[in-house]
Every structure is written in structure tokens, then in C-alpha cells.
Ligand binder design. Structure first.
Ligand SMILES: *[C@@H]1O[C@H](CO)[C@@H](O)[C@H](O)[C@H]1NC(C)=O
Length: 443
């Protein structure tokens, strides 16, 4: 990407350089100019050609062409150079200009287009009145851009008098929410805005807005609004609305989903129509909801070594479906160990589109040294976040004993039992006076 300082070194003209960097222009945009190749006769299918082009963006309406044309044409002779006038300055968005040395680059593609009346019914009214054909007989281009870090998608339609390389932006459609991750059942905004050049005869003749939804090759129109007649041609189903006031006053065509659901995940295309023109941007929505965990049983009885403990962990309400379940043990001494993944069941999709899955842990206390016990933890790793649920396990007669140990323990227990019995007998017969006096003291 040739940014201003690079242009300076290339041009070696300090004054022009100063104008480039600080005048009403932005750094130069690098863009692929893609067009259909003219058939070379003989009925060859038309191929696409792709040429690198440089776009100089001006926002003040003044032509910079005379100043920079000669240097550019001598330095980058194989490239096409355009001097675009964009009064709204959308093409100057910082996300379209990477830092020097940055590996990431914004994407840009420019195509020649032909204006034509819209074929869809809700935009047909826009071309009711005949427009000056002279205005349409010009070179028309569309530019599609995607900024760094998905900060912006932008699509602009421009007009240049024939054979002139100074197009003027007539329509821009843009979104600052290129990739939206929403929680299940939360209100969600899919941003889309547009700008029309007030100096164009097409700008005062109304507009139309359409939102289309696409998922796995299938698509449908969610909202279609004829802004000229203020008529909603389609929608607003699925609790999706537009802010009609913002739409007319500020060109805010954002789609508002009252409650984003799993089946709303997909691609949304915001298209704005002017008479004979359209521009569109697409936005991806994904519902990302971490699971809720519950353990069965929620409390464990005292466990003796040798006993097998069954615990079930149920993860529910999550989307997308990819989930990693595992078990951990955190001992009373603070040490942790992995207990594996348990036996994981297949996933089920609920009526609301979210998924559930469970894992059963069979904990054989003869095989795993659990000491005195601790926390048995179910861990679910999901894109929406890590979730844990735990239950306390108390082991009596800790450290898994051998048969000899067990026999020894039984012996010790018997001796202890006899001792206690003996002591309690002595205590109750000889200590009743003591107990009485204690009671008095307490009162
Ligand atoms: C567009 O309208 C929506 C809904 O009223 C609002 O939340 C959003 O901030 C608006 N966007 C802009 C850029 O004004």
C-alpha cells in the first residue's frame, strides 16, 4: 500500500507531497480493477481480467489530477489511476489504510457497471419518471471494500464523464458490523447506512432498501421497503424492524432483531436502490451462546474406597454445536488431575435451535487415588466461554486400602468400639454428678 510518505519518495516533489498528505485528499488506495475481457472473436467465453489500480480519493471536490497525474503515470505505468471525488469521505475511513509494514491489507475491487432500472417490484417505482439519458450515459463503476479487522464494509457507485478518470461517488452503502456475534435471545443490531450525493439528479428521486437473508445456499427477503412511496413491500416478519425515521433522515438502514435466535445465524445483505443503481454490503451474524451445566446427582453421599461413583453432567442451551466436555478432580490438598472426558452422548438440538449434550463419569475409587476427597468438576469448553460445575466428594477411610489394611482397620475398629463402650459406661455411671454441675454452670 502506497501511503503518503511513500508517494513522497516516489514523486520527489515535496510540494505536491504536502498537498497529498494534508490537502482534501486521503492516502492512495490500491485496488483490483476487474472487468470482462472483450471476446477475441471465435466465440471464446469472456474471461475476467484483473489489473492493479490506484485510487486517489478527494473529499473537497477539487481536482488533484493535474498535480499528480504526470508523476504517477511515469512511476506506475502499467496501473490504472483514478481520481475519485467522495464528498462523504467514506473512502477515507482509517480501516482502509494499513500502517506501514502491516501484513494485513484491506480488500478492494473495482468494476465497470451499467446502470439499469431495477427489476424487483419494490424498487420499480424509482424509475417511473424518465431521467436524463445524458446523465446515465457515462462511465459507471462500483467499488467494494473491506477494511482491516472487519471494521468496515463499503460499496460505492461512481460516475465519470466518458473517458474521464475522475469519477464522483453517487451512492455509498456501508456497515460497521461486518461480523456480528450475538447471544441467544438478545436484541441485535445489524448496521447498514447509506449516503447519496445530493448533487446527483438521482439522489432526490427516492430510494428503496432491501434486507436479504442467506444461509447454506438458500435465501429469502426479510424486509423490502419502498422509500419513495413509504411502503413496506415485504416484512417485517421474525421480529425484525427498521428505524424508519433514521432511514429517511440519516440514511440509517440498520436491521434491528428484537431477539436473535439460533436460526437467525447466516448472511444478511443490505441493498440500497437508487433509480438505475444499487449498492450492497453483506454482514454475517452468528449466535454464540455458552452452555449451562447441571450435575446429577447434585450432592454425593459419603463414599468409601472401593465404591464406584456415577456422575452425569448435562450441558444445555449452547450454540454453535461444537463443545468439548471433560472432568477434573481437585483434591482437598489443592492438587488437580484430569479424569478424562467421561462417556459423552450425542448432541440433541432443541426446539429453539440450541444444542445439548451430556457426559457420564464413572469414577472407580479403587483405580483413582482421591485421598480424602475433593471437588469433582465438569468442564465444558465452548467458543462462547468456559463453563464449570462441581460437586463435593468425601471419601472416608482415605487412601485405597489393601485387604490386609482392611482387616487391620476392622481390628482397630473393634478395639475402638470396645474402648468407647467401656469409657461411656464408666462415664455415665461415675460422671452424672459432673454433668449436673455443668448444667448448672451454663444456666
Ligand atoms: C441506526 O439506528 C439504530 C436503531 O435506532 C441505532 O441503534 C443506531 O445507533 C443507528 N446508527 C447510526 C449510525 O446512527
Amino acid at each position: 500500500m502506497a501511503d503518503a510518505p511513500l508517494v513522497c519518495t516516489l514523486s520527489l516533489l515535496a510540494f505536491s507531497c504536502f498537498l497529498q498528505a494534508y490537502g482534501g485528499s486521503c492516502p492512495v488506495l490500491e485496488c483490483w480493477f476487474v472487468q470482462e475481457k472483450m471476446g477475441r472473436g471465435g466465440g471464446f467465453p469472456a474471461a475476467m481480467t484483473q489489473v492493479k489500480s490506484l485510487l486517489h480519493i478527494m473529499t473537497d471536490g477539487q481536482s488533484q489530477r493535474t498535480k499528480s497525474q504526470q508523476q504517477d503515470s511515469s512511476d506506475v505505468d502499467s496501473e490504472i489511476v483514478y481520481y475519485i471525488n467522495d464528498p462523504a469521505g467514506m473512502l477515507c475511513h482509517p480501516s482502509l489504510y494499513p500502517h506501514r509494514g502491516s501484513v494485513q491489507k484491506p480488500q478492494c475491487e473495482m468494476n465497470p457497471i451499467q446502470p439499469h432500472p431495477a427489476t424487483i417490484q419494490w424498487a420499480a417505482a424509482l424509475t417511473d419518471s424518465a431521467l436524463s439519458p445524458i446523465y446515465l450515459q457515462a462511465d459507471w463503476f462500483s467499488v467494494a471494500l473491506q477494511g482491516l479487522n472487519r471494521q468496515l464494509v463499503l460499496s460505492s457507485v461512481m460516475r465519470a464523464p466518458t473517458a474521464d478518470k475522475e469519477p464522483i461517488v453517487v451512492l455509498s452503502v456501508f456497515s460497521k458490523t461486518v461480523l456480528v456475534e450475538a447471544r441467544h435471545r438478545e436484541p441485535t443490531l445489524l448496521d447498514c447506512g447509506f449516503w447519496t450525493n445530493p448533487s446527483s439528479p438521482l439522489s432526490g428521486s427516492g430510494f428503496a432498501v432491501e434486507w436479504r437473508f442467506q444461509f447454506r445456499g438458500e435465501g429469502r427477503t426479510i424486509v423490502a421497503y419502498d422509500g419513495k412511496n413509504d411502503r413496506l413491500a415485504k416484512g417485517l416478519e421474525e421480529e425484525a424492524t427498521l428505524d424508519f425515521e433514521g432511514l429517511h433522515k440519516k440514511g440509517n438502514a440498520s436491521l434491528i432483531l428484537q431477539e436473535a435466535k439460533v436460526h437467525h445465524s447466516g448472511t444478511y445483505i443490505c441493498t440500497v436502490y437508487l433509480p438505475y443503481l444499487l449498492a450492497q454490503v453483506s454482514i454475517n451474524l452468528e449466535i454464540v451462546e455458552p452452555p449451562s451445566l447441571s450435575l446429577h446427582p447434585s450432592a454425593l453421599p459419603l463414599t468409601v474406597p472401593g465404591q464406584v461413583v456415577n456422575i452425569q453432567c448435562e450441558a444445555s442451551g449452547f450454540a454453535p454445536h461444537s463443545l468439548e466436555m471433560s472432568w477434573e478432580f481437585r483434591g482437598a490438598d489443592g492438587k488437580s488431575m484430569s479424569l478424562g472426558s467421561g462417556s459423552v452422548t450425542g448432541q440433541r438440538q432443541g426446539w429453539d435451535g440450541t444444542y445439548s449434550q451430556s457426559s457420564r463419569l464413572v469414577l472407580d475409587t479403587t483405580k483413582v487415588d482421591l485421598g480424602r476427597g475433593g471437588e469433582v468438576i465438569c468442564v465444558a469448553a465452548h467458543r462462547g466461554g468456559m463453563r464449570q460445575a462441581s460437586v463435593t466428594l468425601n471419601v472416608i477411610g482415605f487412601s485405597s486400602p489393601s485387604i490386609e489394611d482392611s482387616m487391620g482397620m476392622v481390628g482397630v475398629a473393634l478395639v475402638l468400639y470396645g474402648l468407647i463402650k467401656f469409657l461411656s459406661w464408666t462415664f455415665t455411671s461415675s460422671g452424672s454428678d459432673e454433668a449436673d454441675s455443668k448444667e448448672k454452670k451454663e444456666k
